[in-house]
Design a protein around this ligand. Structure first.
Ligand code: FPP
Length: 238
């Protein structure tokens, strides 16, 4: 049971879902079994956020670097994403989940891209939880793309260089219009940010747990939130 006052809870949690492979290895299972178990954790986490009125959850489902994994694993992850969208759309509608996606979605297989677009549209009126999936996502690529779009506008004379503020830059990122994460959780003990939301996590509190993503449950989330609620967020000021 969570006893943290509402104002000490984050509005937006972002997760680097790491450790699926190790979870599978330790059980002598193929890596794909770890990813499959990880997809169940996604649902648990989303339910947790809804129970505790945390309105934004962003999950790093597939990085731009993950395309370099063996073909069989990439294929399995794409299949899992496809199944996830197909199976869970009904639940998302019932529960009031609005799906968002960030990343280079044009690289996804055509049928998955179509299913994703349909799911984004179908859920666009839902308001209980904003579930953001980072797919084929890399933060440096996202920032470079924003810089490119701004440079094009400047070169066409549609934008003055001194109009390029932090706020304006943010509007050219995939996350335009979304609140910045307050809490970044990384599972499996790795102390890395791995090209995830580099711009957006400037002032996020970081929480790393040794728990592997497929094992990450309500207790782990509660521990992360308790830790977060005790942090003094000063945003660089006193
Ligand atoms: C990192 O673990 C995890 C991934 C590359 C994929 C994350 C995907 C899921 C949790 C499931 C699919 C999600 C959705 C939304 C359907 P790793 O493979 O790097 O683990 P390791 O470091 O232990 O090898």
């Amino acid at each position: 049971m969570l006893t943290i006052p509402k104002e000490k809870l984050p509005i937006h949690i972002a997760c680097i879902m790491d450790g699926n492979g190790r979870w599978a290895n330790s059980r002598h299972l193929p890596r794909q079994a770890g990813h499959r178990a990880g997809a169940d954790t996604v649902e648990r986490c989303a339910d947790f956020c809804m129970t505790h009125n945390i309105p934004w959850l962003t999950l790093y489902a597939f990085s731009s670097e993950n395309w370099n994994r063996p073909k069989t694993e990439v294929h399995a992850l794409m299949l899992l994403l496809h199944e996830f969208l197909k199976k869970r759309l009904h639940q998302m509608m019932e529960k009031g989940v609005r799906l968002h996606a960030i990343g280079a979605l044009s690289r996804l297989p055509a049928r998955t891209r179509k299913l994703l677009q349909d799911s984004l549209e179908a859920t666009s009126g839902n308001t209980r939880l904003n579930l953001v999936l980072a797919i084929s996502y890399g933060s440096r690529g996202e920032i470079a793309s924003a810089a490119r779009k701004i440079a094009e506008k400047v070169s066409r004379g549609e934008l003055q260089p001194d109009a390029v503020t932090e706020d304006l830059f943010g509007e050219y990122l995939d996350t335009a219009g979304m609140p910045e994460p307050d809490l970044l959780i990384r599972t499996s003990g790795e102390m890395r940010v791995s090209n995830f939301l580099l711009w957006q996590i400037s002032y996020a509190e970081i929480y790393v747990t040794d728990t592997l993503w497929p094992d990450f449950g309500d207790r782990d989330m509660e521990a992360a939130l308790l830790d977060y609620s005790r942090r003094k967020r000063r945003f660089g000021a006193l």
